[in-house]
Design a protein. Structure first.
Lengths: 511, 625
């Protein structure tokens, strides 16, 4: 008896629209009553989501497809509050692993926990001609889960797009342009975790183009003089601040007596001259009393000459005890060469007291670089009959398109309900936009959403299996609609294409 | 208005199609066939293959799914427009093609819970009803087990012999246990009815023996195939081991680590007798320096083999020489018989078989549930329904019992549906189905002492549309009641007068019978039992079938007279009316087949309601009173 050989596992990210396979070779398969009992676990919720049995073929190969079980634990809904925020974690993905055990009539192998090999799945799929592998959509290739080469948005309306975050300290960079000139660059806060994410832009001013891209630490980390820990010999205490000694809670700490409530520490480290660029530091601090203020100032020097104060940020951490580790990441962008960094840390308590503080670490997190493709969104002027649709595409990401032409308005009275229907028209589409819009036509069955309580957050009365379509309103609200399938035809040699889509709004409640 | 339909599968809400219609059908407890197969049901409806439904139903349409959800007992609630139409349904997922096919049963779920379980599966352990235990006779019990005066064929009016240990069981205790085990409580006037409380089931099995399941759960077959050397010095303390378990019953009396057979019974005390055990041992043994005896250590077993030298032998104990004592370990050892022997046990096989004949007498622990009639619980409930004229209703974990006549009499609580009626010509049926001009309730006749027509009762219905006769119920046996000495008691022959001692296998099979017990009268004698080993039995109860001196009788004519007079009266001018009513969800939620319905100028008993679809006329079948 021996455990089965794992020949292959699913890709790190794969789609539930196609088989998601673990492949094994068993040496026990010839035993009477042989089967492989598999448990599928949600790695985040730490909960088992399914039990399944699989059987070997005549040569001991066992193929375990977990796609259906994963899909049933996802949702295609748009749960983000689109009235604020720029990025939102999506709900159409899962982080999972399996446990497997070979069992047969007379005996069994011990269960193997494969939690050391977590995988991720998204409710979507790549198309034929590809392996079930979303590696093109994660670092380092990092394409957006939004298909058109060129996107179109409207002033004052939300525009949604999707992407996968697969690493730490990554963020969304939004660059606004007008007439080809960069107006400004805005970075989101770091994504709070791995997963599928939704990005939102809403232009309310004069930009006519917005570029979005994902940034994060590149693979080449800036290393200063080796050990970057505060306690290392590479750092020296300089200046007139209170001399912090190694002790409480970390490599360098300070004590306040009952007559003062502020302590300051200066550090300096020398290293080989660095060039211009972004450097990311993570500063971690804790205290044993309530602190109200932590100030960190970072300056670069060449020799003893100040180059620039590159960072001066106040944190309003309220730290009540030593266990409440607080940490934050500061980005310094240096515009000139330097060979020294000074760090001045000042901590102020709520009142006068005896207290201990510790600046635990300053960690070099590397430089930031663009990780993803750049997705360009053209911004059009507002007009009075816009229907801005956002919908899940086949990859599990989000598409958005503003239908600005005339719409046909009817009512449907089928299946015991009354519902408004609009037929939308789109012109001057690129072929990829035309293809993306036809992604609205799906084959899933329509069903009625349960309404257990009437609340303001209800936004649809019907859904289609495998489809998630919303009308995005200018106030940030959204209305769930279903698409009545309609065939569109175009000619590939044409430069411009047109499409027609019919949507059905939530039913009207009547007596 | 959008009908808001919610279907909860356990605690999860199923997604439904736009046009899903749940039509609910409600039935009275099968009023005219005395059947206990009764449930409300919905139409079969489809739910879509959404992620939510897949997850709730365990992805069962994925063939590799090993999820047991839909095969288990699940609960279902159906809420229509905010009103709970079904609150304790059983969802049945029947099939799937382009959606899951589901229907929901509800109403009397207790029968579904009971399934095909038998009375012998009743939980008589301490954690259940606690009836298992000592074999000592209980002469005057009012609940559980009782050992009444009853003539099994050898009673002479003075000594009850060993048959005093043969238990009878109170009918109401079995009903209580059935409901307890099903996880429901009960309510109804019948449960304080004197006749009901004094009804018993005498011993009904053809052998004084537990079921074969008793053996299977405790049987052990083990063997060894490799040698085990035991020096002379170690012989007194070393078990012959049997490392390979060929079969071990579910009670787990075999300890493979120590090669001990240890009877365990959570409710019994250490040292109590559970049953006889029989040991069969085959050994291939090499003995040097003398001879050995092969014994069952720590028991009253005689040696399995004595004076054994090198040999291969098989030894078997008698079936009734030694008992399995609670928490006592039995093992096989070799002891010195002559010389200073050392042994090598080359191979062997050990079979320890429990004997399923209960041991009575002091310090014995009895599994009384295994001595109950070989009868399904639901059949017993059917007998209860017929014998005491009871209909069942279940709500919120309570089974309500009420006789048909109690319902008919409850006109003061009738529900007035006059204003809800859809005015249309009545469809009326005048011939009751399931009945005849002459309707018999009869006992089986299984022994020569009971006259064939004994215990036969009938009622007549004057209706030319009916067939001549039908036997409505014939499931248990009658018993003759006659004087034995000075005691007028029931006769349940297990023996004729030719047997001189208690025998495990009876000459006659008693079959299922139902008797009543009464207190000993002052002029009845003090008795002895077990051949005089037990004396001075001056207080006891006497089992009887029919006794003119007693208030109650087991004759069916009493059943008809006591529990069915108003029903029979209604059947004489039978009118089953089918009408339509506009019922609200609240009407359905409060639907109570235990209350008469009043409409315009008459009272009715509900027989069927449905299919009920909100805001549509609902068909209702009513029996005119």
């Amino acid at each position: 008896m021996s455990q089965p050989t794992v020949n292959s596992r699913p890709a790190t990210w794969s789609g539930t629209s196609a088989p998601i396979l673990y492949k094994f070779t068993s040496t026990n398969y010839a035993n009477a009553g042989y089967r492989m009992e598999v448990e599928i676990w949600d790695n985040v919720a730490a909960a088992k989501i399914a039990d399944a049995k699989y059987y070997a073929n005549g040569s001991g190969a066992v193929t375990v497809d977990v796609s259906a079980f994963l899909r049933s634990n996802m949702s295609l809904d748009l749960e983000a509050d689109l009235t604020s925020g720029t990025v939102y974690q999506d709900v159409n993905w899962i982080n999972y692993y399996i446990k497997y055990q070979e069992v047969w009539t007379a005996s069994s192998e011990t269960q193997v926990n494969d939690s050391a090999n977590p995988r991720w799945a998204i409710y979507g799929g790549v198309q034929l001609g590809n392996a079930n592998d979303f590696s093109d959509y994660v670092d380092p290739t990092f394409n957006f889960l939004t298909l058109p080469d060129e996107c179109t948005a409207i002033v004052n309306y939300n525009f949604l797009f999707g992407f996968i975050v697969n690493g730490a300290n990554q963020f969304l960079r939004v660059k606004r342009y007008a007439n080809g000139s960069l107006l400004n660059t805005t970075d989101s806060s770091d994504f709070s975790g791995v997963g599928a994410w939704i990005g939102r832009i809403k232009e309310t001013s004069t930009a006519d183009r917005i570029d979005v891209s994902i940034w994060g630490p590149d693979s080449t980390e800036l290393l200063l003089n080796g050990d970057f820990a505060l306690g290392s010999t590479y750092w020296s205490n300089v200046g007139t601040g209170v001399s912090w000694s190694t002790g409480f809670g970390g490599p360098a700490s300070a004590s306040l007596d009952s007559t003062t409530n502020t302590t300051t520490k200066n550090y300096v480290q020398s290293f080989t001259a660095q060039s211009v660029g972004d450097f990311r530091f993570k500063i971690k601090c804790y205290t044993d009393v309530l602190a109200e203020h932590f100030n960190l100032k970072v300056s670069t020097y060449t020799g003893n000459t100040l180059v620039e104060d590159v960072l001066d940020f106040d944190c309003t951490w309220v730290m009540a005890d030593q266990d409440a580790n607080e940490q934050d990441t500061g980005i310094i962008t240096v515009s000139g060469g330097f060979d020294r960094i000074y760090i001045k840390a000042t901590i102020t308590t709520v009142g006068l007291c005896g207290a201990n503080f510790s600046l635990v670490s300053v960690t070099d997190e590397g430089t930031d670089a663009q990780l993803s493709e750049t997705k360009t969104i053209n911004i059009l002027e507002d007009c009075n009959n816009i229907v801005m649709l956002a919908w899940r595409n086949s990859l599990g990401g989000w598409e958005s398109y503003p239908f600005t032409y005339n719409q046909e308005y009817t009512w449907d009275y089928g299946n015991g309900k009354k519902a408004k229907r609009l037929t939308l028209f789109a012109e001057n589409l690129t072929l990829t936009q035309w293809e993306a819009i036809n992604g609205l036509n799906t084959t899933g069955q329509q069903y009625r959403n349960n309404i257990t309580e009437m609340t303001t957050s209800l936004n649809r009365t019907s859904s289609k299996v495998g489809q998630s379509v919303y009308v995005l309103n200018s106030d940030g609200s959204k209305t769930g609609v279903v698409v009545i399938n309609q065939t569109n035809v175009t000619q590939t040699k044409q430069q411009q294409h047109s499409a027609v889509v019919t949507i059905e709004y939530p039913e009207t409640f009547l007596q | 208005m959008r009908p808001n339909v919610q279907i909860w599968f356990n605690d999860d809400l199923l997604d439904l199609y736009d046009n899903t219609v749940i039509a609910q059908n409600f039935k009275s407890f099968d009023l005219f066939s005395f059947s206990v197969s009764f449930r409300n049901y919905t139409n079969s409806f489809k739910v879509p293959f959404t992620e939510n439904n897949d997850r709730i139903l365990g992805n069962i349409r994925v063939l590799s799914s090993d999820d047991a959800t839909i095969y288990s007992s699940n609960t279902c609630r159906i809420i229509q427009n905010g009103v709970e139409i079904v609150n304790n349904g059983t969802p049945i997922v029947r099939a799937s093609d382009n959606g899951y096919d589901i229907f929901v049963l509800s109403g009397l779920n207790v029968f579904e819970t009971i399934g095909s379980e038998k009375l012998t599966e009743l939980d008589f352990t301490a954690s259940g009803t606690g009836y298992n235990g000592s074999s000592n006779p209980i002469y005057t019990a009012t609940t559980g087990r009782i050992n009444p005066v009853l003539n099994y064929g050898r009673f002479d009016g003075a000594d009850l012999l060993e048959e005093i240990y043969i238990p009878s069981f109170f009918y109401h205790s079995l009903i209580d246990s059935i409901f307890d085990d099903a996880g429901v409580s009960k309510s109804g006037s019948i449960f304080s009815d004197n006749k009901y409380l004094n009804t018993i089931i005498p011993f009904a099995r053809s052998r004084y023996a537990y079921t074969n399941d008793f053996i299977d759960k405790r049987l052990v077959i083990v063997e060894k195939t490799s040698g085990q050397s035991i020096s002379n010095a170690n012989l007194p303390t070393t078990n012959i081991t049997f490392p390979s378990v060929i079969y071990e019953g579910s009670e787990g009396w075999w300890n493979n680590a120590t090669s001990d057979y240890t009877p365990v019974e959570a409710d019994a005390s250490t040292g109590e007798r559970l049953c006889y055990i029989q040991v069969e041992l085959t050994l291939d043994i090499t003995v040097t320096g003398g001879t050995v005896d092969i014994i069952v250590q720590n028991s009253s077993f005689p040696a399995l083999a004595t004076g054994i030298g090198t040999s291969t032998f098989t030894a078997t104990t008698a079936a009734n020489v030694a008992s399995a004592l609670v928490n006592t370990s039995y093992n096989i050892r070799a002891t010195s018989a002559s010389g200073t022997p050392s042994v090598t046990v080359n191979s062997g096989r050990l079979t320890i078989t429990p004997i399923n004949q209960p041991q009575f007498g002091s310090n014995s622990h009895m599994y009384y549930n295994l001595l109950l009639p070989d009868m399904a619980k639901r059949d017993f409930l059917k007998d209860f329904s017929v014998r005491f004229g009871q209909l069942f209703k279940e709500k919120d974990g309570v089974v309500y019992c009420k006789s048909i006549d109690e319902i008919i009499n409850d006109k003061s609580n009738a529900v007035d549906w006059t204003s809800k009626r859809v005015k249309a010509p009545d469809r009326i049926s005048y011939v009751p189905s399931g009945y005849a001009k002459n309707n018999f309730l009869t006992y089986k006749s299984v022994d020569f002492q009971t006259p064939e027509d004994f215990g036969e009762a009938s009622f007549t219905i004057t209706n030319p549309g009916l067939k001549d006769e039908v036997t409505l119920y014939n499931a248990v046996s009658a018993s003759k009641t006659d004087y034995t000495g000075q005691i007028y008691c029931a006769q349940v022959p297990l023996y004729d007068d030719t047997e001189s001692s208690f025998m495990e296998t009876f000459k006659f099979s008693p079959g299922l019978r139902v008797l009543l017990v009464r207190d000993k009268s002052s002029d009845e004698p003090t008795l002895t039992a077990n051949g005089g080993a037990i004396t001075g039995i001056s207080s006891y109860k006497v089992a009887y079938f029919h006794d003119r001196n007693q208030t109650y009788s087991c004759k069916y004519q009493d059943t008809i007279d006591d529990y069915y007079p108003l029903l029979i009266e209604s059947l004489q001018r039978f009118k089953m009316v089918e009408r339509e009513y506009i019922l609200t969800e609240a009407d359905i939620q409060n639907l109570d087949f235990f209350l008469p319905v009043f409409d315009n100028d008459s009272y009715y008993i509900l027989n069927k309601v449905g299919p009920y679809i909100p805001d549509q006329p609902c068909k209702v079948q009513l029996l005119k009173l």
